[in-house]
Design a protein around this ligand. Structure first.
Ligand SMILES: [Zn+2]
Ligand SMILES: [Zn+2]
Length: 166
């Protein structure tokens, strides 16, 4: 758990929720799709799509799923509200669970790609006010703050030593 983002209780399992979503689209939960959902929810944190797809190929139940099937399923999971696409960092696509987790936003380090998660009720309040001023009905928000993390903004060790000698 990073930045105090908590799990929230859910009524139905991700697999059941996905099955219901697919039904509304006239699609079936194939064994491959089910294996992909289970693999997605076996991950704990954000996952890098490219790396994850490579790891997944050959895993039990998903060995017959092609890369394009996996990517298409990831898109369906986003549509179903089970996954959220977070900003690309270092040209990589990152996903995270959007189901059974508290709403939160992200601080994204442009140097190392690290992502810091934080829940903050005040942000939603401010955005709701802004939306209201524009007669806009807000359904949700995603806030990605660009910058440099604490570790990356620390001066290099050598600079420290030089300063100590003065
Ligand atoms: Zn960093
Ligand atoms: Zn997150």
């Amino acid at each position: 758990m990073i930045g105090g983002v908590e799990a929230t209780p859910v009524d139905i399992s991700p697999v059941d929720k996905f099955r219901e979503f697919l039904l509304t689209k006239g699609m079936r939960l194939t064994p491959e799709r089910e294996a992909i959902v289970n693999a997605v929810y076996a991950e704990h944190d954000h996952f890098d799509a490219e790396q994850w797809v490579t790891d997944l190929s050959g895993r039990r139940g998903a060995e017959r799923a092609s890369r394009s099937t996996i990517y298409r399923t990831l898109n369906l999971l986003v549509e179903a509200g089970l996954l959220r696409r977070v900003a690309r960092t270092n040209d990589r696509e990152v996903y995270e669970h959007d189901y059974g987790r508290q709403r939160h936003d992200h601080l994204i380090c442009k140097k190392c790609g690290d992502m810091i998660e934080f829940p903050n009720e005040m942000i939603s309040g401010v955005l709701e006010k802004v939306a209201e001023q524009h007669g806009f009905r807000m359904a949700g928000h995603r806030l990605e703050v660009d910058g440099v993390c604490a570790a990356c903004s620390r001066p290099p060790a050598r600079a420290h030593r030089k300063l100590d000698m003065i």
